[in-house]
Ligand binder design. Structure first.
Ligand code: HEC
Ligand code: HEC
Length: 218
């Protein structure tokens, strides 16, 4: 009994340590925050705007609470490192890991709630009918995201959600949460609930995800 209890404490301690280590960008020191802000202003603000609030058709917001809550450090870091091919989001690998990590710490300092990336990424994969997903997509998503999910290239204000630069870096849970909850202070409204732009069922949301993953460029 005692041994079991001691093991429990040890495991909890280990989990906390692991969490503290992976969450290091969230608890960035003042110096790191200063570096991150300076790096952001120098390299990113021209498109993502001051305080990373974004600008329709130019670059998305990086400080809305919904994005920050479902984004893992690895999603943010690798998106910044690799950019998104066929969009104006270029790769920033030359900045180096330290600067990129500092930028992520700075972005995270705008977060309003807990980070739920782990739970979100652990959600089951979407299952559904891509033909039904296409109907929804063409009718309600394509005006902003483009008929093939090409994003700004297609003339809309939504990002390129049909291209590998986005799809290869996100889980189905990430896409699902974004569709359901939208993103505050942007044109991406919620598609579930009474105040949503359209009240899609869970199955309809999954049909759209399956359709996006079936697009030819992926
Ligand atoms: C030339 C304009 C431009 C610059 C400079 C730029 N970005 Fe971007 N960024 C974009 C665009 C456009 C997108 C959306 C691409 C798409 O359609 O998927 C984007 C997307 C992103 C995303 C994904 C956001 C999401 O909603 O999924 C992150 C993270 C990001 N940028 C971080 C940065 C950081 C950090 C810097 C500076 C080191 C930076 N960007 C510099 C244009 C830019
Ligand atoms: C009125 C325009 C509009 C409509 C309609 C719209 N979106 Fe969006 N969507 C946006 C914008 C704008 C963003 C990025 C937020 C920003 O600019 O900061 C976005 C972001 C997203 C993202 C996150 C992409 C990323 O780069 O991280 C997903 C996923 C998404 N939308 C899916 C959908 C789906 C699926 C539909 C249809 C059910 C849809 N959207 C309808 C405007 C729209």
């Amino acid at each position: 009994m005692i041994a079991f209890n001691r093991l429990g404490i040890t495991l909890a301690g280990l989990i906390w340590l692991a969490f503290a280590a992976t969450a290091s960008a969230e608890t960035a020191s003042d110096a790191t925050l200063k570096l991150g802000k300076a790096q952001f202003n120098e390299n990113c603000a021209a498109c993502h705007q001051e305080d990373a609030i974004g600008k329709p058709g130019i670059a998305p917001s990086l400080t809305n609470p919904e994005l920050l809550s479902i984004s893992s450090d690895s999603f943010l870091m690798s998106t910044i490192r690799d950019g998104r091919v066929d969009t104006s989001m270029m790769p920033f690998a030359p900045l180096g890991r330290k600067n990129v990590r500092a930028i992520v710490g700075y972005l995270r300092s705008h977060a309003k709630g807990p980070n739920i990336a782990k739970e979100t990424d652990a959600q089951p994969d979407a299952h559904g009918d891509p033909r039904l997903g296409k109907l929804w997509y063409d009718n309600i998503c394509s005006t902003c995201h483009g008929l093939n999910g090409d994003g700004y290239e297609a003339g809309g204000t939504g990002t390129a959600i049909g291209l590998p630069g986005f799809l290869n870096k996100v889980s189905d849970g990430f896409i699902r949460e974004t569709i359901k909850k939208g993103r505050s202070n942007t044109r991406m409204l919620a598609f579930q609930g009474p105040v949503g732009l359209a009240n899609l069922s869970d199955q309809e949301v999954d049909d759209i995800i399956v359709y996006l993953r079936s697009l030819p460029k992926n």
